[in-house]
Design a protein around this ligand. Structure first.
Ligand code: HEM
Length: 257
């Protein structure tokens, strides 16, 4: 299937329409317009809880520039560098939490890990990963480490946010290709957004289904929701911080060979 067809499929599918509506127009807390609260599943509750932060992240100048295809390579690379630290820590915490049955049942490193792809995207822009994360991601990583030690199932809230963000990626990849005058193809620096795109709507549906079927206690479910909210809020801060600091990054060039 060609990319345009896949994007059309995502946007026109019933589940995606529901996702988009609930992401961009959050109902009042406790009143999900699509699901009666008495039967709301864990993923439905997460979706509702992070809706306001998703609106906020989409409104940041960086996200706007990415969506409009006006982001510069330096600005985008600064984001990839921070995401590299974030994904690396998330993956390391999830692996270390493999004795938690809830993590084991849902986390699939082979399709969910993205650190290696971030390194290769950076390399397509002729940039090495940075040595250390900035202060926002440093704080986000500290939260991950605490969850791993005290309540490893909470890591699934952070995983939900990153897996869900791939839905937006399906739209962003086209405007990013335009911004950098790149072809919308593999190995040009856009694989973070393109990875496994053909299976994305189905994989996202399955991930949400698996999460809904976990036998987490009410307290554990609240931990997962809280972790998703904290993660999403951290990402809002990250996006909000980056257009300012990007000016200090080394000059990089898009690899359009
Ligand atoms: C940069 C601009 C962004 C755009 C344009 C965007 C767009 C979208 C769209 C359109 C969907 C729903 C899928 C659909 O209806 O086709 C979605 C879902 C989602 N996005 Fe974004 N997104 C953006 C940024 C982000 C960021 C930075 C994150 C966090 C890393 C994020 C996390 C999510 C999550 C978790 C979902 C799934 C929500 C759910 O079903 O519970 N998005 N996004």
């Amino acid at each position: 299937m060609v990319l345009d067809d896949m994007i059309t499929e995502v946007i026109s599918s019933e589940s995606a329409a529901t996702v988009h509506r609930s992401v961009s127009e959050p109902p009042p807390v406790g009143q999900d317009a699509t699901v009666p609260s008495a039967v709301a599943t864990l993923p439905d509750r997460i979706r509702q809880a992070i809706a306001a932060a998703h609106v906020a992240v989409e409104a940041t100048p960086l996200a706007q520039a990415m969506s409009r295809g006006t982001v510069s390579v330096s600005e985008y690379v600064a984001l990839l560098q921070e995401l590299h630290h974030w994904h690396r820590s998330l993956e390391s915490c999830l692996s270390a939490a493999s004795d938690c049955e809830f993590v084991r049942l849902v986390y699939r490193p082979e399709t969910m890990n993205r650190t290696a792809i971030l390194v290769s995207d950076l390399s397509a822009f002729r940039v090495q990963p940075s040595e250390r994360p900035g202060p926002v991601v440093e704080q986000m990583i500290a939260e991950l480490t605490t969850w791993q030690a005290r309540k490893p199932w909470a890591l699934l809230g952070a995983l939900y946010v990153m897996e869900g963000s791939r839905m937006g990626s399906m739209l962003l990849v086209r405007s990013l290709a335009q911004a950098f005058s790149l072809s919308n193809a593999a190995a040009v620096g856009l694989d973070y957004h393109r990875q496994d795109m053909a299976n994305r709507p189905q994989a996202w549906k399955q991930f949400r289904q698996e999460l809904a079927e976990l036998s987490l206690s009410p307290v554990q479910q609240d931990d997962v929701i809280q972790a998703a909210v904290v993660t999403m809020q951290g990402l809002v801060q990250l996006y909000a911080s980056l257009l300012v600091s990007a000016a200090n990054n080394p000059t990089v060039t898009a690899n359009s060979d």
